[in-house]
Ligand binder design. Structure first.
Ligand SMILES: [Zn+2]
Length: 444
């Protein structure tokens, strides 16, 4: 005999914003075995855990981070623009290398901060293996970062992308970590190395991410081997002789589109990069998304991302925070607010950028980014306060205090435990994880 009230746990809230559909006042979700099984509005069909004056949304997705800098107190000096800032960052990284434990501590701090901000998935650029395993939330698309301008870069890259990058072994050991590859930027990766990296990504069915057109001077280096990036690289001893073959942003876009999924990070000066870069982005919008990091762009370039221009390309635009080296925190909602307050996007658009578009951009659209029957129970709970609609609250700096987020894989979660979990932000209560289906294209 079946249970007349139905299986699973019903959560009710003042607002449910599934992103996959319209916002529901007094909405409810039924969760069972790690999946959303039902969504509705009004009186729930059985006993429900009423969460009160909160908004239920899909877990936020931060499309671009460098968690190794999560213990940096405040953004590094930006008076020299991106090249000057990189100089400070390199000095910081070289200092941190003295303490082998520092990297792991910073990454863990970033994961904890992200979870408290309602983030359940990140597109993380990794320079070393991350700590942790299956118990760690949020979920990570872990792009292995590779740099190199000289002839020694290729063998180094082969070693860096060795067997540990193979999807099967990584996913077996840590099912919440999904590998990817990141050629760093046009000023730090020579063309032949880029070809090798993208070929590896294509062969292994891995997504890629790359910083492109972050600074206006990037094109001066690529086109004329001149400008502040040349001075920076020479100062770091990274400019080879003979000079490297560098690719313009437009060629990188074509190259990245060979991978099963690609994320162009920043794109602040893509229109100025020439060679028809914007047109190529439009052509490859079915493979590529753009991650913008508004507060970082404002700090390093004095401008916000060219959202309107990117929108005309038809490309999905995702939100990222970048690192605490260039942003004061790891909160995607703060990045959304920067765009909303400037009138560049609506609150609803901003929420889509921080959920469904970001999930697609990092190739995790099957597991996060929206709530609908049959989808994973990847939920964030956001406190509202006395606000009339959930989407307008994204504009209000103080209206959304730190929230809790996580997947909810439980079939029957006792109410007291669920309540405690809401505050602790960890809802993995030992029940069965949802079944994981393999993507036919290798992008889970
Ligand atoms: Zn970055």
């Amino acid at each position: 005999m079946t249970d007349p009230e139905g299986p699973g746990l019903i959560l009710r809230a003042r607002w449910l914003v599934p992103v996959a559909g319209r916002a529901l006042a007094g909405g409810w979700l039924r969760l069972d075995r790690g999946r959303v099984t039902e969504i509705g509005q009004g009186p729930p069909p059985g006993p429900a855990l009423d969460l009160g004056d909160v908004v239920l949304i899909p877990g936020l997705v931060n499309a671009h981070t460098h968690l190794e800098f999560s213990l940096v107190d405040r953004p590094l000096p930006a008076d020299g623009g991106l090249p000057g800032w990189i100089g400070h960052l390199v000095a910081l990284r070289r200092g941190a290398a003295v303490d082998p434990q520092a990297h792991g501590r910073a990454v863990m701090a970033g994961l904890v901060e992200s979870l408290a901000a309602g983030v359940t998935a990140l597109g993380e650029i990794a320079t070393a293996l991350h700590p942790g395993g299956p118990a760690i939330t949020p979920r990570l698309r872990l792009y292995r970062e590779v740099l190199g301008l000289g002839p020694a870069a290729l063998p180094r890259a082969r070693a860096a992308l060795g067997p540990s990058m193979a999807p099967d072994s990584v996913l077996r050991d840590a099912p919440r970590i999904h590998p990817g590859i990141s050629p760093h930027a046009p000023y730090s990766v020579a063309g032949p190395l880029g070809l090798h990296l993208v070929a590896a990504a294509r062969r292994r069915r891995l997504p890629v991410a790359m910083h492109l057109a972050e600074a206006v001077d990037e094109a001066r280096l690529v086109d004329h081997a001149a400008g502040p990036f040349r001075a920076l690289l020479e100062g770091l001893g990274a400019w080879p002789d003979p000079p490297p073959a560098l690719l313009p942003a437009a060629d990188w876009i074509t190259l990245l589109a060979r991978a099963p999924r690609g994320l162009v990070v920043h794109a602040t000066f893509l229109a100025e990069a020439g060679h028809g870069a914007l047109e190529r982005l439009a052509r490859h919008r079915h493979r590529l998304a753009v991650a913008v990091c508004p507060r970082t762009a404002r700090l390093l370039s004095g401008t916000l991302p060219p959202v309107a221009r990117l929108r005309t390309c038809g490309v999905r635009i995702a939100i990222g925070t970048d690192s605490r080296g260039s942003a004061p925190d790891l909160d995607p909602r703060a990045e959304c607010r920067a765009l909303v307050d400037a009138g560049l996007v609506s609150p609803a658009e901003a929420l889509a950028m921080a959920t469904v578009h970001a999930a697609w951009g990092i190739g995790l659209e099957r597991v996060c980014g929206r709530l609908a029957p049959g989808r994973p129970a990847d939920v964030a709970v956001i406190a509202t306060g006395p606000i009339p609609t959930p989407l307008s609250s994204i504009r209000r700096r103080r209206s959304w205090p730190p929230s809790s987020a996580g997947t909810w894989p439980t079939a029957r979660c006792p109410a007291d435990r669920a309540g405690a979990g809401l505050r602790a932000g960890s809802w993995r209560s030992g029940s069965r994880s949802p079944p994981r289906r393999r993507s036919p294209r290798g992008v889970p």
